[in-house]
Design a protein around this ligand. Structure first.
Ligand code: FUB
Length: 716
């Protein structure tokens, strides 16, 4: 069934193309009514139920595409229940949709009960019945099926319909009432059976139709006049022994023409069986110079080339596909559609996916699963190059959706994409809602903010949120050109007061430090304003992640920080709970200095505070580098704890300084207030080896004590 062809799509790209008809595989669809609006094809179809033995049709479906090959399923957008005057459960036959002045009109035959009309403000519905009765209904016969509505250049709208006769009516501008009586065509075009498709192109009027049964092909007639006379011109698709029914829809899209019809090929249903489990197919359509149409081969023998490429970096609904045989789609809630009935070795194919010049780096998949399984992300073929594997774990229920993510191998250019499902055979593995690829390299800045003009230091800083470093805020000089292996950036890793998962209280202080030529990585989400952060608490582990990230950046050739970080000069620091997190992490051998702000291990060992690390005083033995306690004087609730720590430390250099401002310190003041001076001096001394900075704490007259309010003790 699938043929491989090679053909040029867009300048510079070559694609492998498979013939793929029918174009919808997750449901049985018939009676295509395509409508082009803007850059999108709205393909309305009828719907044969999965267990249909004859006509079993309750609702009308919508699929959209921007490229003629990848179709997004929007589910049922209208049904027989939308007509209050109808009491039939079955009979939602071939509809047609047009847009006029921003309103979408759907003309719906209810077999044997005339043709109704529905209106919506959107192509996706909801559609409502504005007239509460059939638009036309010739009760004396059952011929009122298959409406085709077209608005001519002069604004006159026409509706053609009928089997086996052809009828026409002029519609009023309101599109929901008739301007003329029903006209019956006396010159029914040769081989006409049903399913008229009325349109105008290059000054010619066309009436394409399902040709006499059975088998049905697609015949067409032309005229110089909207109301005929019509002259049979031949076949758009010749009847073959593979076509029992057919029903045309014809459009122009992105400079090319396409025909749609129907077939029984999805499950190879014999055309002798009257099981209406039909499927819409599409084919390229070509006009000759005189307007006549070149006869198309049968669906299985044609290829619809992608009319456009597909963007994998947008949020893609999982029910968007060129091929997804074996899968099903269902409604989740009111509007959302999800892919379900996902079994091992089935796959979703999307055609002409443009990975662009930048490689895809990650892929997210929103899925729900009881069993779970893997999704192999491949290109060019279902066994083609493996870019990555999404591991979809159980979410506990098929209604509980979670987002799973995987890194992808670099890929560029245009490829067909295959999402191949793996897992336990014979079981439904998962449901899929949406997916998205991301080609921003890990390390890419996703949001940044300049704080206080970048700070007062020599290197104006910037505060950033960085991809791949979830729940951290990075401060660094805006211009990194001054930093290299000979002049690398020392690092400060910071934990916040109250174990906040945002440095909202300290960002001015931290930004100021960065402006002195430091890479500062704070635990928690970037504060976009001065508001208190009310989210979850942070963990001590986030500070370790900060160190890991800094070391990785220094090694990553693609990082702007590549070979610009002094990995031997890392100060671990934090305020209050952040100080406890720092002491908790104190044994980490990568730490070369400590700065404990308004904090200290609890002297009362029996105290526990939820989510706060509370190591015993023994933890102080693990400290292995110089340590500065910066406290807020006796009014600081951490004063006793901090001073007690200081007094216990005698195996490394320790200093305790106090400024009588209480527990909150001065971090929220401009540039971090008074606390920034000793902090920067400490970092310059410990991490940059700056001997002038050392004088803030050493000698007979330390510089710090020349500033008003400070007191100091040291153990050396
Ligand atoms: O789908 C129901 C009927 O079958 C349509 O109205 C006809 O055109 C034929 O396709």
């Amino acid at each position: 069934m699938k043929r491989m062809l090679i053909f040029p799509l867009l300048a510079g790209s070559v694609l492998s193309v498979q013939a793929q008809n029918p174009i919808i595989q997750t449901k049985y669809t018939a009676d295509p009514a395509p409508y082009v609006h803007g850059d999108t094809i709205y393909l309305y179809t009828t719907h044969d139920e999965d267990d249909a033995e004859g006509f079993k049709m309750y609702d009308w479906l919508l699929y959209t595409s921007t490229d003629m090959v990848n179709w997004q399923d929007h589910g049922a957008v209208a049904s027989l229940k939308d007509f209050a005057w109808n009491d039939k459960e079955n009979g939602a036959w071939a509809e047609c949709v047009v847009e006029r002045n921003g309103k979408w009109y759907m003309y719906c035959p209810i077999h044997g009960h005339g043709i109704g009309v529905l209106v919506s403000d959107s192509p996706y519905g909801p559609f409502k019945d504005p007239i509460g009765k059939p638009l036309v209904w010739q009760k004396e016969h059952w011929n009122d099926i298959d409406p085709s509505v077209f608005i001519d250049d002069d604004g006159q709208a026409y509706m053609y319909w009928g089997n086996p006769n052809v009828y026409c009516v002029l519609l009023n501008e309101d599109m929901i009432s008739c301007k003329s009586d029903v006209m019956k065509l006396h010159d029914v075009p040769e081989h006409y059976q049903e399913g008229p498709w009325f349109y105008k192109r290059d000054g010619h009027y066309y009436l394409a139709y399902a040709s006499t049964c059975c088998p049905e092909g697609i015949g067409y007639a032309m005229s110089d006049n909207a109301l005929g006379p019509w002259k049979f011109k031949g076949y758009v698709m010749v009847p073959t022994d593979r076509t029992r029914g057919n029903h045309p829809g014809i459009i122009d899209f992105r400079g090319k023409s396409y025909g749609f019809g129907l077939n029984y090929d999805l499950k190879n249903i014999s055309i002798k069986e009257h099981k209406e489990r039909r499927s819409v197919g599409a084919f390229p359509l070509h006009y000759r110079e005189d307007g006549t149409i070149v006869e198309s081969p049968y669906f299985k023998d044609v290829v619809v080339a992608p009319a456009n490429t597909f963007n994998p970096y947008q949020k893609v609904q999982a029910e968007t596909m060129a091929w997804g045989y074996g899968l099903k789609t269902i409604k989740r809630g009111v509007e959302d559609i999800v892919v379900t009935d996902v079994n091992a070795n089935e796959y979703i194919q999307l055609k002409a996916v443009d990975f662009g010049r930048k490689a895809a780096h990650t892929m997210k998949m929103n899925a729900a699963a009881v069993l779970g399984g893997q999704i192999e992300v491949r290109i060019d073929d279902k066994k083609g190059t493996l870019l990555g594997t999404l591991n979809i774990k159980s979410t506990g229920s098929e209604e509980t959706y979670r987002t799973f993510e995987t890194r992808l191998k670099a890929v560029e250019g245009v490829h067909d994409l295959y999402l191949v499902f793996k897992g336990k055979a014979g079981k439904s593995l998962m449901n899929l809602d949406w997916w998205q690829m991301d080609n921003e390299p890990v390390g890419h800045v996703t949001y940044s903010r300049i704080v206080e003009n970048g700070g007062t230091g020599k290197y104006p800083a910037i505060m950033s949120e960085v991809k791949g470093l979830e729940a951290h805020t990075v401060f660094m000089p805006q211009d990194l050109s001054a930093f290299n292996e000979n002049n690398p950036l020392p690092v400060l890793v910071w934990g916040n007061g109250a174990c906040s998962n945002s440095p909202w209280e300290h960002y001015k202080f931290l930004n100021e430090i960065a402006s002195q030529g430091y890479l500062v990585i704070a635990t928690g989400y970037l504060p976009k304003n001065d508001e208190v952060y009310h989210g979850d608490m942070s963990t001590a582990q986030q500070q370790i992640e900060s160190i890991d990230w800094a070391l990785a950046q220094n090694k990553d050739k693609k990082s702007p920080l590549y070979h610009k970080i002094n990995t031997k000069a890392i100060c671990a620091s934090g305020m209050s709970c952040g100080g406890l997190q720092t002491l908790y992490n104190g044994a980490d051998s990568r730490i070369s200095a400590y700065l404990i702000c308004n904090s200290g291990l609890f002297t009362d060992a029996s105290l526990t505070i939820p989510n706060m690390p509370m190591p015993s005083k023994d933890q102080l033995k693990k400290i292995h580098a110089p340590i500065l306690y910066m406290l807020g004087g006796k009014e600081d609730i951490a004063y006793n704890n901090g001073m007690d720590d200081y007094h216990r430390i005698n195996h490394v250099q320790a200093i305790a300084i106090n400024y009588p401002v209480g527990h909150g310190g001065t971090y929220r003041q401009a540039h971090g207030g008074e606390f920034r001076f000793p902090a920067i001096a400490w970092l310059n001394w410990q991490l940059k080896g700056d001997q002038e900075a050392a004088k803030w704490f050493t000698g007979n007259s330390p510089l710090l004590l020349q500033r008003k309010g400070w007191t100091m003790e040291k153990n050396f």
